[in-house]
Design a protein around this ligand. Sequence first.
Ligand code: GAL
Length: 939
Amino acid sequence: MKRIYSVFALLIMVCGFSQQGSIREKILIDDDWKFAFGHQYDVEKDFGHGTSYFSYLAKAGYGDGPAAADYDDRAWRSLDLPHDWAVEQLFDEKASFSHGFKAAGKGFPEKNIGWYRKTMLIPQSDIGRKIVIKFDGVFRNSKVFFNGYYLGNQESGYNGFEYDVSAYVNYGQKNTIAVRVDASMEEGWYYEGAGIYRHVYLEKTEALKVKSDGVFVYTEELEQDKAVLNISAEIENKERYTGKMKVFHTVLDPSGKEVAFLSEEIPVPEFYGVKKVSAKIKVDRPLLWDLETPNLYRLITEIKYKDHTLDQYTTTFGIRTIRFDADKGFFLNGKPVKIKGTNNHQEHAGVGTAIPDELQYFRIKKLKEMGSNAYRTSHHPPTPELLEACDKLGMLVIDEVRLMGINDFHLDQISYLIERDRNHPSVICWSVGNEEWMIEGNDKGEKITEVMQHYAQKLDLTRPVTVGISSGFKSGISSVVEIMGYNYLGNGDIDAHRKEFKHQPGMGTEEGSTFATRGVYITDDHKHYKAAYDQKPRPTFYSIEEGWKFYSDRPYLAGMFIWTGFDYRGEPTPYGWPSVSSYFGMMDTCGFPKDNVYYLKSWWSSEPVLHILPHWNWEGREGKEIDVWVYSNVDEVELFLNKKSFGKKEMETNGHLEWKVPYQKGTLEAIGYRNGKRILYEIQKTTKQPERIKMTSHKDVLTTVKDLAIISVEVIDKDGLHIPTADHPIKFSLKGGGKIIGVGNGDPTSLEKDKFIDELKLIKITDLKEQKVSKDSFKNLSDLQDNNWTEAFKTKENETSTFAYKGNFNLDEEPSSVQVVYYYKELGTDSAIFINGDQVRPSGEDVQKYNLDSSLLNRGENTIHIIAGPQVKKRPWDELNKDPGLIQSTKKQEPWKRKLFNGYAQIIIQNDGTGEDIVLEASSPGIKPGKVVLKKNDL
Ligand code: GAL
């Protein structure tokens, strides 16, 4: 039988592929998931998962609770991925400092286990193909089940993973993925979110195929008019193919034109084996990838077996060379480039770690506008879309793993990261660690780094390895690492290290660490606000300007990465509760610039810059001296208050200018001169009364289904001037084809909600009792005998007779304030349901769903009667259903709202793909409302 099946399968494999639509399909399956919280240690609240007589580890397919294929999840919340449940929670002083005090994760057993389920149809025509589920990243410790079969566990919250489900598929029928996510542990010391926060895909291929992330293409030689590419491809055979196959490589230039081609015939790999083919290919007159013109090529790797094309695998790459030089710093395509970088974690206001793709582009563009050319993914592997954005926009990347060590747990992180990311031209360096205080200055650190570094080199010889080091700048890790990563000038003597290790290139993997609150110019420790003048964070550490001057002056240092580009949740150093996000960013959590952005833009970009700080709304401080700073890259700046000059000052390279100006309302003006000529003008004006709300979207037309509009909200006066001190509460309403997915304002002390989502509760029916009834009394409660109730399901008669069941459920809220639905799970044939004595009828769309009218319900205890039976078993060994189902109560959320913080708030809208225009309105008492209309193009 087995043999016949194999022959049959092989026939389908060999003939079937040509009937498929596309040879390799990667289908995004982010939409229509079900979600519910489980429990860290109360198995009952974890839906009984793991309690069966045979566990899912004892017998294949024995996933229980929500892991079972037929688990009833109708009452669960419906949502689309990516999803971060931590950002949806309120703040709590008992919650984690490093995770921004969100009441989820560590220490919150009711909010640290999340269950996700999704059903989908896989057609009959897929028989014989390899079906794989690919997760880009789940935070964290996920267990995945498919149709009740346990597939595996991924501890890391950052590594992607995939499972082959081909053997478990119900072809032509429903299939179920269930994921249990356990976010009870933290991996970092910064906000990490919780849940399936990256994309999930279903991948369908033939069984002889290119291995996932199995292609590596890099520029081996680059001359004026030609590049030699080194290509390797790993092919795997997940069936019993034998004989020979052909492998074709086609290179397409940025316009899609074929520019190179080669083919090779080789034996197929053995069963479940992998074969690597390597080749060199020449590209004439290559269009290089660089920061200004990030040209991207594509390599199509094709596999042909017996004249049938079995796979077509696309790899996007760039033609470019990189080099770190111990004397001269970093080179891209042979040209020196000073690295002007920022460190960043993966999250944003309103959405947490569940970052829609467009937001990655928004953030990278903001950094580029500041003049930044590099990004360190501190301190974890990023989501793939971040690197795609860096490739497409021209941003260099240090790509980092999470934890140092030399066992599989650690080395697998390196191979995962490098194999996934090695084709990205943006990636210039692998970082195998950061501030590992136990080991960085000693021989353990030295040994571990040597292993990790060699391991990385084994996978990719084209990029060097670094580690961010905060102490012991001459022993331990720093004595062996390829590129010395200095974390802060304040932590050691960089010049002294350089003298001793002349052949080791170096860069500042972290620098700055300054504190500033956007729009604040007087530090108020009571309110937890830090003035945004570029101050040293502590006496031994350096301001942004001091840091940049140091790195800019030393050609041997490749450049530096500021801590950080954007503020992030957690680490609200130097404060604590109720501050919930960091103060280190050059921009706040929304991407609104603090003044340091203009310092950097002056010296990092080639654009002319002239920026005055602070704003000029200082009512009550008349006559008092105000520190006025100017950031600019002109030669000289003259400052005027109400047309009176405060003198012209010469700008020092990499510096800024300062004046003391006694406050008087009016206009503060600056004129910038280059070569004696006036080239720039800037003004800060005292504003008038708030007049109306203004909203500006980062784009007016939404082009794809999940596209975003990231909208700045501000208040202006009657002259249209932005009011920098405005703190109005703003209420939003949205009509048309989109939804609001998050709000923020960059205030590190704000405990306002990030998300306004309906509050859904799952209510259990408890104290279930039964009495046997005659078939005739069916659908009638009057015959039931009050003293005849016994505990339900204690006899075997439920299989043969009709029963009345009675149970209770509790409603915490006033029934009129919630929507209540009963999702009944059949306890027998022909059921009748009574709520507090009144019979209820199923809703039209689902015969086992009952919408319960508030007039039938009580706040507090309610009684439910179910008359049903008998329960017919399909197979003798089937278990009786003893679960009457769940009551779901939904409380509508209040409308979305946010206060402005020093003049700004942000609201993020996502397109729903219906094609209708989106209209967002905003209102606040006492001022005129604002409105923004987002057009859709033909989707
Ligand atoms: C560094 C560390 C960063 C962050 C920063 C805060 O030492 O590498 O992750 O914690 O300090 O100042």
